[in-house]
Design a protein around this ligand. Structure first.
Ligand code: NDP
Ligand code: GDR
Length: 359
């Protein structure tokens, strides 16, 4: 039985990856942070879904308290498990928040990556343990080439992107210096019904569901023109695994090859709830109106603008398609929006009071 360690197991990708690896028959270990509030909601499917529960009972799923910024703890845990594969997904992953917390973002996303690589090296596991680093399309930032591929120059536009550049290069450096199987998946945005509620897609699908059910008045957003290459997280975790099964340690861009605007995401989401949107005004005064009732349901709030924006991202998944035999559009953009809205419509039905969010 292969052993895998997932950092960031309580996050969107970590939870899907844990399920995926358990299904493949792995012994799965996850690193979780101690929190004063409950942070294991995304792992609940593993405990409630009958199929997943059976998997869990038949295999081993272990959670370890830890933090990637704590080198001693990371080294001890890796030394005890001696994993065949490590998936380093732990991160302060919110781009706008990284402008508020640049130092912390660097500690987790940059130094945290080093702590894992260094632990594997010090423990003498360089030949046994393969390491996947969660790199990102944010490395491309202010794009130098369209579409972006493995050879496109980087130009990050946020403390998050800059911290992840360190993670990217230190992973490549350990590969070249110590002959380690340490690789980067440069993943473009991927979303799901488990996406964090302050990322734009989930904020929109939850907002649309609540507005459609009369539980929220307005949805306040930042840059509506921003363009992203959005895929489905469940499809993308398979790629992380494929990258580590490849015969050579290489970096891969993972994307759909399609780009859509935030505005389009808003229109489609509301359409799925039965509401048609009409836009009036421009710039910060632009508003989305419910065509049937004339009510303002979407507003632009400069609070959600970023000091430096990534205007557009479009990935070229050719290398992954060819070498990993991966299908980038298993779930289409329209299907992704439909899945997210459908799940949020169900979730909101049982919601009594709408939470206020800061972000
Ligand atoms: P999430 O924000 O949903 O999850 C992040 C995870 O990291 C959570 O489990 C979180 O724990 C954990 N974490 C944060 N800080 C630490 C720390 N100091 N030590 C240990 N664990 C920590 O992210 P996603 O699942 O969306 O993304 C996974 C990875 O992929 C991240 O590295 C992200 O930067 C990267 N990425 C994501 C993309 C996307 O579109 N989703 C695209 C490209 C890259 P807790 O639950 O306690 O907060
Ligand atoms: P991103 O995702 O920054 O691409 O990073 P996010 O969903 O936060 O933003 C996407 C685009 O939407 C615009 N936007 C808003 N964003 C948020 N969060 N909230 C809003 O109200 C809003 N209005 C408009 C943003 O300006 C941006 O242009 C995600 C994260 O998962 C990273 O960890 C990952 O590396 C990248 O995707 C690839």
């Amino acid at each position: 039985m292969k052993k895998a360690l997932i950092t960031g197991v309580t996050g969107q990708d970590g939870s899907y990856l844990a399920e995926f690896l358990l299904e493949k028959g792995y012994e799965v270990h996850g690193l979780i942070r101690r929190s004063s509030s409950y942070n294991q909601e995304r792992l609940e499917d593993l405990l409630t879904d009958e199929e997943a529960k059976a998997l869990l009972e038949n295999s081993n799923f272990h959670l370890h308290y830890g933090d990637v910024t704590d080198a001693l703890n990371v080294t001890r845990i890796i030394g005890e498990i001696k994993p065949d594969e490590i998936y380093n997904l732990a991160a302060q992953s919110h781009v706008r928040v990284s402008f508020d917390m640049p130092g912390y973002t660097l500690d987790v996303d940059g130094k945290g990556t080093l702590n894992i690589l260094e632990a594997v090296r010090i423990l003498g596991l360089t030949e046994k343990t393969r390491i996947y680093q969660a790199s990102t399309s944010e490395l491309f930032g202010k794009v130098q080439e369209v579409p972006q591929k493995e050879t496109t120059p980087f130009y990050p536009r946020s403390p998050y992107g800059v911290a992840k550049i360190y993670g990217f290069w230190i992973t490549k450096n350990y590969r070249e210096s110590y002959n380690m199987f340490a690789v980067n998946g440069i993943l473009f945005n991927h979303e799901s019904e488990r996406r964090g509620e302050t990322f734009v897609t989930r904020k929109i699908t939850l907002g649309a569901a609540r507005i459609a059910q009369g539980k929220q008045e307005k949805l306040k957003l930042g840059n509506l023109e921003s363009l992203r290459d959005w895929g489905y997280a469940k499809d993308y975790v398979e790629c992380m695994w494929l990258i580590l099964q490849h015969d050579k340690p290489e970096d891969f861009v993972i994307a759909t090859g399609e780009m859509h605007s935030v505005r389009k995401f808003v229109e489609l989401s509301f359409k799925h709830t039965g509401i048609e949107i009409e836009w009036t005004g421009s710039g910060v005064d632009e508003k989305g109106i419910n065509k049937a009732t004339g009510e303002v349901i979407v507003e632009v709030d400069p609070k959600f603008f970023r000091p430096a924006e990534v205007e557009q991202l479009l990935g070229d998944p050719k290398k992954a398609k060819t070498l990993l035999n991966w299908n980038p559009t298993k779930t289409s953009f329209e299907e992704l929006v439909r899945i997210m809205v459908t799940e949020d419509m169900k979730k909101v039905e049982t919601e009594e009071k709408v939470k206020k969010m800061f972000d």
